[in-house]
Design a binder for this molecule. Structure first.
Ligand SMILES: Cc1cc2nc3c(=O)[nH]c(=O)nc-3n(C[C@H](O)[C@H](O)[C@H](O)COP(=O)(O)OP(=O)(O)OC[C@H]3O[C@@H](n4cnc5c(N)ncnc54)[C@H](O)[C@@H]3O)c2cc1C
Ligand code: SF4
Length: 505
């Protein structure tokens, strides 16, 4: 049965017998676990938004000939990618956290073009298999978790050089029906809330790493999978009575480690097997999509800016010039992230397979901004919030007949503002900058889709210093015979900017 809305999605996760460990114990039913449920609520919003705002959160798919959730849509033009960004910002505004569904969306889109090009070279059948899989999940409206990052062991060694071969996911066995994989994927966003896990390699591979070159789809409840839930700062507040101390009691992100122990992937769900020379293409296309997907953080930024403005109002300093200026600064940083991300989507081009790929330079600049600006926005929010954001008594103290009246008397802000309003906004600022959702707003911004250095490497590769030096020398009248000639040596990036190149070669 297709899933039609958030509530049906939540029900679809029940009774799956996933092997999920949290605090050293098996979780009976993740859907009903108070610490896990907020992350499920966040994914449920990705279903409801498709009904509430279909123009940005759903699309007509020419693959299945039906209207589908945008998270499962293969981008057919640049507008599709721009709309992904709009949907991501809106969902960030609605949840204030990571809503977990973009890794799968970006993985499907990067696999779509990569499998086409593998088939072209090796006469394999990955692309048609993938299309069948996409049609099926579009019909059922499933959640896809994208599992790329291996646990990696010694970072200076390749997969096959590690002391323990299982530090990268690899094929251990084959039979005529498919392959078996072993290994572990770290930091997996929303994996327990997914219906499928799409396993992909984490880095460029060589011939000796051939067994690590595997891409396939696995049902999240397949045999041989163990999940170990990741802790988030202040996460047990979700298990306490009341909703005040949680800050954002309804929504959170989710990361877990996935351990595969000879997990089976049938032939029809294998989309790359041994073609190690295509691992780099897949990873680069995936990170290119995903690095501009991080405009999701501008939705969270909108919430935090609103929280900072609210607390300044409750404290009676809303009209102070430095407060106004700090809110302008926060907005400027937030919109700078959005500007680069959405520009990357606008500059998309058609791949050989027919889907659209966004611009790599701008995607990397977007993600690099994301590794920095949310930290500065958070610093400014804490500045405006005042020290109470970290010294406030608990909800129980506010509700206690002994301490409640004292706190009511001494924690007053501006006349006419209830203490509870003040506390709620401060807890939200704490939640986003130090608590549960700082995972999504800060550290995920740092490392998700690659740590900062990964973006600097990509920017350096494409910055065309030689070309820029020639531009400068020509205008400075420094004679150089080939200056004119070299000025025409655009990269793909400049060709796209100047409209000289619209399609992949
Ligand atoms: C909240 C969150 C959610 C995530 N969600 C997902 C997900 O859904 N799916 C997924 O596949 N991944 C996910 N990731 C993983 C993310 O892509 C990785 O965290 C990121 O690639 C960095 O890898 P790492 O965490 O292993 O850090 P490390 O690789 O240990 O990096 C730590 C530092 O070491 C440096 N470093 C690493 N290797 C080298 C080297 N060889 N030479 C020099 N310096 C090096 C890095 O630049 C960095 O500064 C998520 C991460 C986070 C934090
Ligand atoms: S970090 Fe942002 S882009 Fe990545 S899955 Fe979460 S919401 Fe989507």
């Amino acid at each position: 049965m297709p899933i039609n809305n958030g509530q049906e999605y939540i029900e679809s996760l029940r009774n799956r017998n996933l092997k999920v460990y949290l605090f050293g114990e098996l979780v009976k039913e993740p859907v009903d676990h108070p610490m896990i449920r907020p992350s499920i609520n966040a994914v449920a919003e990705t279903y409801d938004i498709a009904n509430d705002d279909p123009s940005i959160a759903s699309a007509e798919s020419s693959l299945s000939g039906r209207r589908v959730n945008r998270f499962l849509h293969i981008a057919e033009n640049a507008t599709d990618l721009v709309n992904q960004n709009k949907m991501q910002r809106k969902l960030g505004q609605l949840t204030g956290t990571c809503f977990q569904r973009c890794v799968g969306m970006d993985a499907l889109n990067s696999l779509y073009s990569t499998t086409f090009e593998i088939d072209e070279k090796y006469n394999t059948a990955y692309h048609s298999r993938l299309k069948e899989f996409i049609k099926k999940i579009q019909e059922e409206n499933h959640v896809i978790g994208g599992a790329m990052t291996d646990v990696k062991g010694d970072r200076s060694l390749s997969p096959s050089q590690q002391a323990d071969p299982d530090l990268f996911v690899h094929v251990t066995k084959r039979d005529e029906n498919g392959v078996y994989i072993t290994g572990a994927k770290a930091h997996q966003t929303g994996c327990i809330n997914s219906h499928w896990i799409l396993v992909m390699p984490t880095m460029r591979l060589r011939n000796e790493d051939k067994n690590y070159a595997i891409v396939g789809a696995i049902p999240a409840d397949a045999e041989g999978i163990t999940y170990i839930y990741g802790r988030q700062s202040c996460d047990t507040r979700s298990m306490e009575e009341g909703d005040l101390d949680a800050g954002n009691s309804k929504y959170s992100g989710q990361e877990a480690m996935i351990i595969f122990d000879n997990t089976f992937i049938p032939n029809e769900l294998i989309f790359l097997d041994g073609e190690y020379d295509y691992a780099a293409m897949l990873i680069e296309r995936f990170t290119c999509y995903h690095r501009r997907s991080y405009v999701c953080k501008t939705g969270l930024g909108d919430v935090l800016i609103g929280a900072a403005a609210s607390i300044s109002d409750y404290n009676g300093v809303a009209n102070a010039s430095h407060i106004k200026d700090k809110l302008v600064e926060m907005t400027h940083l937030n919109e700078t992230i959005f500007g680069t991300g959405i520009a990357s989507s606008f500059q998309s081009y058609k791949t050989k397979s027919g889907n659209f790929q966004n611009d790599d330079m701008l995607a990397n600049v977007c993600k690099h901004n994301v590794t920095r600006f949310p930290y500065e926005i958070s610093r400014l929010a804490q500045d405006i919030a005042g020290g109470l954001v970290v010294t406030m008594p608990s909800e129980k103290d506010f509700r206690s007949p002994e301490t409640g009246p004292l706190l009511e008397k001494y924690l007053k802000g501006r006349k006419g503002v209830s203490i509870e309003k003040r506390v709620r906004i401060l807890r939200l600022i704490e939640n986003m900058t130090l608590g549960r959702n700082s995972v999504g707003y800060l550290t995920e911004s740092m490392h998700g889709a690659g740590s900062p250095q990964a973006q600097r490497i990509q920017i350096a590769r494409q910055m065309q210093l030689e070309y820029k030096m020639k531009l400068a020398r020509k205008l400075a009248n420094i004679p150089e015979s080939e200056a004119e000639e070299l000025i025409k040596e655009h990269s793909d990036y400049f060709d796209r900017i100047f409209g000289l190149k619209k399609e992949a070669s």
